[in-house]
Design a binder for this molecule. Structure first.
Ligand code: HEM
Length: 430
């Protein structure tokens, strides 16, 4: 039982919970911003689900993620939502030792040397999607990008095609649309506390085709250059350390990890490109990037497009709040973090904080020119999280999104439709 006297200042306690929850539901970042303005960088509140502490200071946040991950775990609503029905993967593993061992096991699958073939796949599929838009005057952009993300994930993770998009090149399987694209899922009330309802794409209950591909590949190993090949190799070398169930959990999480984040990031990007008249800059880059025979991480990293993307992810981070709860009490910067308390960090707030970004509400891609992250911003800029649990695919995702932007922008100019927020009008690039 957490005592109120143990908590940092804030409108804590049951009497405030309903009002807090209503405000939070209406405007999550507005609520957290006001909380921090009123009560300071470490403030507590309650949404009807128990006490939560917001930490909103770059140094403290860095401290938390760097030194205290072992004292925290993902809250239950997040674990349950991510875990779905097939067991754990990296995002949901709680036991610090189990998580650390798995992270070390999987890190080599994301090393720089393996990025090129994955970027080639992303470029090929993005081009084919952009070409398939011929004859259309508009697209639902998040839907199109999610389709593309699903196709790229299936190819790079399990060398499979999405139903309806096979190219007849004998991959390791064809995954039904329902499994590859997933369903939009609103967490039911029993696993989502109070106001925290989230709609996110999620794998359906039965992932039979994906499971069957995993089983076939374990039974008859052949290196296909995808993530699953590496996982099966690890399993065959030591079946105890990475079981078939572990492989299924990791594969399904990797298939889905980009389904919400990448469409959100790219839809915001095209909105910003339009709002800040950056179309010509991105189009100029597209000639270099999409015209090159092979994507070069160095060229992509230093490109104007990547700087624009990083700035867009600053103002619209796909994961605006990072959630933890204290699993073992600890002290940081004079504050007691009591076991059972929720701990939230908000990239959405930190990214707009004048202590870390000058003129934070303006869109200034030069902050990230030539692949740099400004020193003052390093402790606060975290669109992919921070510390040891930072997104394992952060570098790969940034490069992949840059390649996708170039493939689409080289062919089309996109304008947000006035009528529908997700629809973008298409103008062919001449
Ligand atoms: C725009 C794209 C993406 C964004 C913005 C993003 C963001 C994030 C964030 C913020 C975290 C940390 C969450 C936390 O601390 O609670 C995370 C973790 C993770 N992400 Fe991503 N992600 C993206 C794409 C991907 C993709 C494509 C994959 C596929 C492999 C992936 C796999 C993971 C995994 C496995 C973790 C958990 C790492 C761990 O706990 O050790 N992400 N991501």
């Amino acid at each position: 039982m957490v005592r109120l006297s143990d908590l940092p200042p804030g409108p804590s306690g049951a009497q405030h919970a309903r009002l807090n929850a209503e405000f939070f539901k209406r405007d999550p970042l507005g609520f957290l911003g006001q909380l921090s303005d009123t009560f300071g960088d470490v403030a507590s509140f309650d949404l009807g689900t128990g006490p939560i502490v917001l930490v909103n200071d770059g140094d403290l946040v860095r401290d938390l993620f760097r030194f205290h991950e072992a004292h925290m775990r993902k809250p239950r609503f997040l674990r349950d939502s991510n875990r779905g029905h097939w067991g754990d993967g990296l995002t949901t593993l709680d036991d610090p030792d189990v998580w650390r061992a798995r992270r070390y096991q999987l890190l080599p699958l994301f090393r720089a040397a393996l990025r090129k073939p994955r970027l080639l796949i992303a470029a090929e599929l993005a081009r084919s999607m952009a070409e398939s838009w011929a004859g259309r005057s508009s697209v639902n952009l998040p839907h199109e990008i999610r389709l593309l993300t699903a196709r790229i994930a299936l190819r790079t993770v399990i060398d499979a095609d999405l139903e309806g998009y096979a190219d007849g090149r004998g991959r390791s399987g064809l995954v039904p649309f329902a499994e590859g694209y997933g369903e939009d899922f609103t967490s039911p009330a029993d696993i989502t506390p109070g106001a925290l309802r989230m709609t996110r794409p999620r794998a359906p209950k039965d992932m039979d085709s994906v499971r069957s591909i995993i089983d076939t590949r374990i039974g008859d190993f052949k290196d296909r250059g995808d993530v699953l090949s590496a996982l099966v190799q690890m399993h065959l070398a030591d079946p105890e350390t990475l079981t078939r169930q572990d492989i299924a959990g990791e594969v399904i999480q990797m298939l889905y990890a980009g389904h919400l984040t990448i469409p959100l990031a790219l839809t915001a990007l095209w909105r910003d490109v339009h709002d800040y008249s950056l179309d010509e800059q991105v189009a100029a880059d597209a000639m270099t990037i999409d015209g090159a025979p092979e994507p070069s991480a160095q060229v992509l990293g230093a490109s104007r497009t990547m700087a624009i993307l990083r700035e867009s992810m600053r103002l619209s981070p796909p994961a605006p709040i990072l959630y933890r709860e204290v699993s073992r009490g600890f002290e940081t910067a004079g504050c007691q973090m009591v076991q059972g308390v929720g701990l939230w960090v908000s990239p959405g707030l930190l990214h707009r904080d004048t202590r870390y970004f000058s003129d934070p509400s303006n869109f200034i891609p030069d902050r990230f020119a030539a692949g740099r992250i400004p020193q003052t911003a390093a402790k606060a800029y975290m669109p992919f999280g921070a510390g040891p649990r930072v997104c394992i695919a952060a570098a790969q995702s940034l490069l992949q999104m840059t390649v996708i932007i170039a493939a689409i922008t080289g062919r089309w100019s996109l304008t947000p439709s006035a009528a529908e927020p997700e629809v973008f009008d298409l103008q062919p690039r001449i």
